[in-house]
Ligand binder design. Structure first.
Ligand SMILES: Cc1cc2nc3c(=O)[nH]c(=O)nc-3n(C[C@H](O)[C@H](O)[C@H](O)COP(=O)(O)O)c2cc1C
Length: 174
């Protein structure tokens, strides 16, 4: 039985709300959900698909404060895990009106970190339907994962997530 783990950070805000929406679209017996600080990283190879969800809150907060950043801790902890044959996908929260030059930059960081593992990255997402000027989370054509904007387009989240997950399941052979 193929199993997914959904890891998110931070807690209690838009990311968690979006994470619960994504989770609700899976059969609950086929998915586990944890905030990333509560996840036992030694169990990561038990999964076939890893979904990482986070927000962009500025590079200086996100990755630079190495000792006080749950994602940094997570990436260091899984550095030596053999993730061959495991798929990974990301969703990123952002605000395209207030941060149009850095919309969902975090998708780029997720990608950069996971490219250093042997996991297979899936889940690119088209940029149609968003208004932004630049992002580290895309290659000019596609986002590196699902872009969600709970501040401006919360009503689109579930529909976007459904489409994205259908694509993930196909790509991961579920
Ligand atoms: C200090 C701060 C910086 C932010 N910087 C960005 C940014 O660079 N790019 C972006 O797309 N969104 C940015 N946002 C918007 C958040 O990513 C967005 O509101 C997200 O939904 C917050 O999720 P949370 O409630 O789980 O923290 C920023 C928000 C804050 C408060």
């Amino acid at each position: 039985m193929k199993k997914t783990v959904l890891l998110f950070w931070g807690k209690g805000g838009n990311v968690e709300r979006a994470a619960r929406k994504v989770y609700s679209l899976f059969d609950p017996s086929r998915i586990d959900i944890f905030d990333v600080a509560s996840f036992d990283t030694s169990t990561i190879t038990n999964y076939d698909l890893i979904i990482l969800g986070g927000s962009t809150i500025g590079a200086e907060v996100w990755m630079d404060v190495k000792d006080d950043n749950e994602w940094s801790r997570f990436f260091s902890a899984i550095e030596k895990s053999d993730l061959s044959g495991i798929y990974v996908a990301f969703f990123g929260l952002g605000d395209q009106v207030l941060y149009p030059d850095h919309f969902v930059d975090a998708l780029g960081i997720f990608r950069q970190e996971m490219q250093q593992t042997s996991a297979t990255i899936i889940g690119e997402w088209p940029i149609e339907g968003y208004k932004f000027t630049d992002s580290d989370g895309y290659d000019g054509k596609m986002f590196f994962g699902l872009a969600l904007d709970e501040d401006r387009q919360a009503d689109l989240t579930i529909e976007r997530a459904k489409k994205w997950i259908d694509g993930l399941k196909k790509q991961a052979g579920f």
